[in-house]
Design a protein around this ligand. Structure first.
Ligand SMILES: CSC[C@H]1O[C@H](OP(=O)(O)O)[C@H](O)[C@@H]1O
Ligand SMILES: Nc1ncnc2[nH]cnc12
Length: 288
């Protein structure tokens, strides 16, 4: 099952048929919204608006753990994240789609793990997005005549305020490509939940560092997103069947991320914590 997390400006999936909203509860609290189930060209998917349907949650208020947990409970194996980002590179102009492959985490006040307090785990984040899914998106986009940049480092900032000029310059000196506020902890939690996660970052602005461009504003972001909405929807439509048909997903390493990650011995694990982890870590915990 494919799950799409829609960011700013993406509050539905066009052409989705047989739709219904379903509220799924999570031991990790309240997710951003109910899940929208539907079929796109006959293939079932679920959609979750990251900030809620009415965009009422700021990046730091989103319950990322609950979001990933309910997607896992819905049977989602592959997550496509769609996000608005600022550009930190001259050549990544507004309108460019970047398929993110690295993150630098500068967020400060978010729950970033399902584990701890009774069951400790350490997963690898060396390659934080799914390379298989990312390649499928890149190929499907090319097939649809949509140019995408395969690979790019996303600087995850806390927000909700945009960066200062000094911060923006510092992130540029770190060779980051794009900047946003939401992909972390989402990508970390998807990895802990053994789900494939890929991120389509749509460049909407040059943040505040570019001498020939005004500082970023929400109005500017929405204008660029509206201009690119069709392209994003087309890309999603193109890639869904490719993901469905890719049988190699079943053996993708993302799906086994917890294989050697839990350090707390079975006898020492807190039963309440284990119950909380029933969906995200069910596969591995059943093994004992
Ligand atoms: C409305 S602009 C800032 C906002 O947009 C991005 O969110 P998302 O990744 O959900 O598209 C950015 O990270 C900020 O949260
Ligand atoms: N410049 C920017 N900084 C952080 N998040 C963003 N989302 C879109 N543009 C952004």
């Amino acid at each position: 099952m494919i799950g799409i997390i829609g960011g700013s400006g993406i509050y539905n999936i066009e052409g989705l048929k047989d739709i219904h909203w379903k509220t799924i509860s999570s031991p990790f609290g309240t997710p951003s919204d109910a899940l929208l189930y539907g079929k796109l060209n006959g293939e079932e998917l679920v959609f979750l608006p990251r900030h809620g349907r009415d965009h009422k949650l700021s990046p730091g208020e989103i319950n990322y753990r609950a979001n990933i947990d309910v997607l896992k409970r819905a049977g989602v194996t592959d997550i496509l994240s769609v996000s608005a980002v600022g550009s930190l590179k001259e050549n990544l102009s507004p309108g460019t789609f970047v398929i993110v492959d690295q993150y630098i985490d500068r967020t400060v006040s978010r729950e970033r793990s399902f584990f701890g307090k009774g069951c400790v785990a350490h997963v690898s984040m060396a390659h934080p997005t799914c390379r298989r899914l990312s390649r499928l998106i890149h190929q499907a986009a090319a097939h649809a005549g949509i140019g995408t940049v395969l690979g790019g480092t996303y600087l995850a900032m806390e927000g909700p305020q945009f960066s200062t000029l000094a911060e923006s310059e510092m992130y540029r000196s770190w060779n980051c490509d794009v900047i946003g506020m939401t992909n972390i902890p989402e990508a970390k939690l998807a990895r802990e939940a053994e789900m494939c996660y890929a991120s389509i970052a749509m460049v909407t602005d040059y943040d505040c560092w570019h001498p020939e461009h005004d500082q970023v504003t929400v109005q500017q972001i929405i204008r660029i997103l509206t201009e690119n909405a069709l392209k994003a929807q087309k890309l999603v439509k193109e890639v869904i069947p490719q993901i469905h048909n890719d049988l190699s997903g079943q053996s993708c390493s993302c799906r086994f991320a917890l294989e050697n990650a839990i350090i707390t011995a079975p006898d020492n694990r807190d039963p309440d914590k284990i119950r909380e982890l029933d969906a995200v870590a069910g596969r591995i915990l059943k093994k004992g």
